[in-house]
Design a protein. Structure first.
Length: 521
């Protein structure tokens, strides 16, 4: 198996009429998923979709949305997943940037789609999933005359063809489209297989639970991996602690994934004391490191193995892993590691001059993975900077120990990670500067025991202005996704700058991070 287009049929031949997906909108077997996605592909081809066309999905997880993913792949198009938590302006930018001619949206987010199309240079055709709409066709109507039993036009698929595009926040304030090929979802699995490496023992007999959104690479990769293995995959629409605990017992879930902040919330859920968690074998976590205290509590409550993964959208998800065995026998230092490079992945640490560093020397982490991205969509210069001779610049600073374990200590890039969301201060700063009473602003990430980091803004008011912290928050909330809105605002007389005027964020960060071993949380 090398492509998403051939996945449903290939797995159907191997596992037969086994349930593939249990999610909002019902459940389907692997053969049914194959037939339904072929129907979607025929509808897209009927309406003129061409190789490489972008097809946008905006909405929560559903059976129709996941069918669309494989239908788009079969039509040789590119499934473009957009974070529905973004602001309307951010979503509109991504839709315009993608050049999409089709926008599929669930009923819940249809009002947002109306505002997005109003801002679009070339408004895409809108198809509504999960209900009727007075202005747009439904998903059922779109597929109505596409006979699932008829053959598709003769199309060819290649592992290097683009198939998924995901938008990540950009350092300039504009999201970038990360283009991923079919190989991004199979290359690491193939390398593990060639190395006879079972990783977490995920097989066709596993039952996977997913509640991380598929507009994130972690959620998308997890969904495709479970389907490629022929597992039964339970997919929830959103993070709902009570529903997660119920699903684990109801479906006898064996594998799931989350960010540490989610784990913390689950442990505080009252229903956890009565939940049946006995089927759980492995929890995979990522997006941020885990504290020893949280891991200890999770081990006691869930009674299963834990595995950390480290990677990014640009690397096609995981590239480094701290295995269950590493957790079981780990010293305190080992638990602070991200893990070791997976089979097929090369890792090096370079100084600012590009010199490769040795054991325990701090520098920027570079990863070379067969799953790495194709490019940043329509951004050749940024692609060249991010992919140096095939090596992905992570923007993370760290070191490697004598056994090859990688430790992440700080960020080269000015990025905040809060509950697994990547947040770029420049984007928030640009928005806050638009406030008429703001003279200067700096945004940093500060430690947060629940979310890992939270957004903090330092604001210099205009001379003579009467500005309150709540005014800054209100201004941000009207223009940014909620997770990007500063959780705290400090009004200051001036920001620290050097002789050339460069902002010294390290001075702002120091009081909050000085007593911590790592400059990430």
């Amino acid at each position: 198996m090398t492509t998403l287009a051939t996945l449903p049929a290939t797995v159907s031949r191997a596992v037969g009429a086994k349930v593939a997906l249990i999610t909002h909108g019902g459940s389907v077997t692997y053969p049914e998923l194959d037939l339904r996605s072929t129907r979607v592909a025929r509808a897209l081809c009927r309406d003129g979709v061409a190789r490489g066309d972008r097809v946008v999905m905006l909405g929560k997880e559903s059976l129709d949305a996941m069918t669309l993913l494989f239908g788009v792949a079969k039509a040789q198009a590119v499934y473009t997943a957009i974070n529905w938590r973004l602001s309307v302006d951010e979503i509109a930018y991504a839709v315009n940037d993608s050049g999409a001619r089709w926008l599929f949206v669930d009923v819940e987010h249809a009002p947002i789609a109306a505002r997005v199309t109003a801002q679009s240079e070339r408004p895409p055709r809108v198809i509504v999933i999960g209900g009727a709409h007075e202005a747009w066709s439904t998903f059922e109507e779109f597929c109505a005359d596409a006979d699932a039993a008829a053959a598709l036009p003769v199309l060819s698929y290649d592992a290097d063809d683009p198939v998924v595009q995901m938008y990540t926040s950009g350092t300039t304030g504009y999201p970038k489209g990360v283009v991923l090929a079919h190989r991004s979802f199979f290359a690491i699995a193939r390398a593990l297989e060639e190395a006879s490496d079972p990783w977490i023992g995920w097989t066709s007999g596993s039952v996977s639970l997913l509640f991380v959104p598929t507009f994130h690479i972690g959620g998308m990769w997890w969904l495709i991996r479970g389907l490629a293995l022929g597992s039964t995959n339970v997919v929830l629409r959103a993070f709902d602690p009570a529903a997660i605990l119920d699903a684990i017992g109801r479906y006898r879930v064996t594998k799931t994934c989350m960010v540490p902040a989610m784990m913390q919330v689950l442990l505080g859920e009252p229903a956890i004391d009565e939940a049946d968690l006995s089927s759980l074998e492995t929890i995979v976590y990522g997006g941020s490191p885990i504290s020893a205290t949280l891991l200890e509590g999770a081990r006691a409550k869930f009674g299963c193995d834990f595995c950390q993964i480290y990677g990014m959208t640009e690397t096609g998800n995981m590239a480094v892993s701290l295995r269950p065995g590493d957790h079981a026998d780990a010293r305190d230092e080992r638990l602070r590691a991200a893990g070791r490079a997976l089979p097929g992945v090369a890792l090096r640490i370079l100084d600012k001059d590009g010199r490769e560093l040795g054991v325990r020397e701090m520098g920027e982490i570079f990863l070379r993975s067969p799953a790495r991205m194709v490019e940043y969509w329509r951004r050749p210069e940024e692609t060249a900077l991010a992919l140096a001779d095939g090596w992905v610049r992570t923007g993370d600073a760290g070191y490697r120990d004598e056994e090859g374990f990688v430790y992440i200590c700080d960020r080269v890039k000015d990025m905040i990670i809060s509950a697994g969301e990547n947040i770029y201060p420049a984007e928030i700063e640009n928005v806050l500067r638009e406030h008429r009473d703001v003279a200067d602003v700096a945004v940093i990430g500060v430690p947060d025991d629940l979310w890992g980091e939270s957004v903090k803004a330092f604001v210099v008011p205009q001379r003579g202005a009467t500005l309150a912290a709540r005014d800054v928050v209100r201004h941000a909330r009207a223009r940014l996704a909620e997770f990007k809105v500063p959780k705290s605002v400090e009004l200051v007389d001036a920001l620290p700058r050097n002789a050339s005027g460069k902002l010294l964020k390290k001075d702002l960060r120091e009081p909050y991070w000085k007593d911590r071993e790592r400059r990430v949380n």
